[in-house]
Design a protein around this ligand. Structure first.
Ligand code: MD3
Ligand code: FE
Length: 265
């Protein structure tokens, strides 16, 4: 294994960025970005924006959409498993229900969350960290369902990251209006591992920028069933989610759910 590469994750140079770019349909990629830009314009009504995203979600899309050298959208990669994921999530919630965490500054986050896996990510007045005990239940977080980790491993492999084995899945729920302000995820031990994110339910405008908070941001739309794999240089990029527009989705009801698979330990 070359120096500086943990756990066998290949570098961007060796994992065929060029090949993936060759597979991408540039039109679909442009549409995704263009639609997100249009959707963010202030003069459009919420209703128009919602219809636009809904219409877009019905159009055929490329199998791979590399949006940056280290970020690949796999449109609809999880659609076939989405109902099973939602059903398994209901089981997990019996052990570790949704909760609004407090930021270290004492603000209640608008996103509700829970975790499964060997550890869970928490935030409170003492800071952000991973721990094996759910502070609300006083018990271990529920184990990650095997189907979940297999999905994450397959998605990572499809994006060029071999042998990704997540040990935690952060689960976020966004009720319309909920958002996630720009932040970096740096509580994990090994930044060589990618992050795999699965979007369920209502669409979201996802923002990602550079290594500095002030860097310009790009916006992409994430639909039900979409999977994004982030790694390499983008692993520490600032990112966030714009306030979710109102709507209903057959799979989740009036919310967006995001599963983020990571290697924390
Ligand atoms: C890009 N969640 O939980 S997941 C988070 O949609 C979080 O709920 C968002 O950001 C959500 O921390 C985005 C996709 C994601 C996760 C981690 C990243 C994208 C990332 C780390 C670096 C760059
Ligand atoms: Fe994040």
């Amino acid at each position: 294994m070359p120096p500086g590469q943990g756990k066998g994750y290949s570098s961007p140079a060796t994992r065929g960025w060029g090949r993936l770019a060759g597979h991408a349909a540039p039109v679909a990629q442009l549409d995704r970005v263009a639609a997100s830009e249009a959707a963010g314009r202030g003069f459009e009504s919420r209703r128009a924006r919602q219809t636009d995203l809904h219409t877009q979600s019905l159009l055929p899309r490329a199998q791979f959409e590399p949006i940056a050298p280290d970020a690949t959208v796999l449109p609809g990669f999880a659609t076939g498993e989405a109902d099973a994921l939602c059903a398994q999530l209901q089981e997990l919630l019996l052990t570790s229900p949704w909760r609004h965490m407090l930021t270290p500054g004492g603000q209640r986050m608008s996103v509700e969350m829970t975790n499964c896996g060997r550890v869970g990510w928490i935030s409170d007045r003492a800071g952000y960290r991973y721990q094996s005990i759910d502070p609300q239940s006083g018990r271990q977080w529920p184990p990650m369902p095997a189907a979940w980790s297999k999905l994450a491993t397959r998605a990572a492999a499809a994006a060029g990251f071999a042998r990704f084995e997540p040990d935690v899945c952060l689960v976020n729920r966004y009720i319309p209006g909920a958002r996630l302000s720009l932040h970096q995820d740096r509580n994990e031990r090994d930044f060589a591992a990618p992050v795999v994110s699965v979007s369920l339910g209502l669409p979201a405008l996802f923002l990602f920028g550079g290594m500095q908070r002030e860097d310009p941001t790009r916006r992409i739309v994430l639909f039900h069933g979409d999977v994004v794999v982030w790694g390499g240089t983008l692993r520490l990029a600032f990112h966030g989610v714009q306030p979710i527009a109102d709507g209903e989705h057959a799979a989740t009801g009036r919310c967006r759910i995001n599963l983020t698979f990571r290697r924390a330990l």
